[in-house]
Design a protein around this ligand. Structure first.
Ligand SMILES: [Zn+2]
Length: 231
């Protein structure tokens, strides 16, 4: 058993020793045992090694921190890689149970930052971009950010976001984390500059070298267009 899980179980045992069950279902089980026997009591409930079990699954007490940590173990770790609701529920319910666990897990995932970003990236990939797209609108001042280390989706595992500081419209451009300054410049040209034309200012969330190479490549690409136009 991993360190974090051992620590969660230790906290559950400590809570059980103090007997401070808040949830009616656990309170009732405990009262039942105290009335009948110190160790075992009903077909469904059991107390073993200081842990309450319901139908063979460890009951997680009504404690926000403990429940959050149990779900986190099955959702946020590098091994778990942010599975969706039903998969996370399946993983948690292998060993644990508490009332309305499925609802809790649904809410947990709906507020998971990485899952939200991944959802945005998926939407960008299937082309459901900003509904208020105005193709000929002029963007003067942009900021470009990179959201990296997302779970891999297709060939992409990061997103370049380009936000217009006035209208707050956003382009989400799926990329790979290893994208070069030149690659980013080409994507920028095809997905932003082509729609919005010349810009007054671009704020790039990268180091000076990346910005210099990005700018050089963008000018180079624009220069090629100009030369071929004159010819
Ligand atoms: Zn997640």
């Amino acid at each position: 058993m991993e360190g974090p899980e051992r620590d969660i179980l230790r906290k559950m045992r400590q809570g059980n020793q103090r007997g401070n069950q808040k949830e009616p279902v656990a309170k009732a089980a405990r009262e039942l045992w105290q009335a009948v026997s110190k160790t075992v009591c009903s077909v469904e409930w059991l107390e073993e090694e200081g842990l309450l079990q319901f139908r063979g699954k460890i009951y997680v007490p009504q404690n926000a921190d403990l429940r959050r940590r149990v779900v986190s173990l099955c959702h946020d770790t590098k091994v778990a890689r942010h599975p969706r609701h039903w998969k996370t529920l399946e993983l948690v319910s292998k060993d644990y149970w508490w009332p309305q666990m499925s609802r809790y897990i649904g809410q947990y995932i709906s507020t998971c930052d990485l899952c939200l970003r991944t959802k945005l990236m998926r939407q960008a990939l299937v082309g459901k971009l900003h509904p208020l797209w105005i193709l000929d609108s002029r963007w003067d001042m942009l900021s470009v950010d990179f959201i990296v280390e997302l779970p891999s989706f297709s060939r992409h595992n990061a997103v370049m976001t380009v936000v217009d500081s006035v209208s707050k419209q956003v382009h989400f451009i799926p990329i790979h984390m290893t994208v070069t300054a030149e690659g980013a410049a080409r994507l920028f040209l095809h997905q932003v500059w082509k729609l919005h034309g010349l810009l007054k200012c671009v704020i790039l969330d990268r180091g000076p070298q990346f910005v210099a190479r990005f700018t050089k490549e963008l000018y180079y690409l624009l220069g090629i267009k100009l030369a071929s136009f004159i010819a």
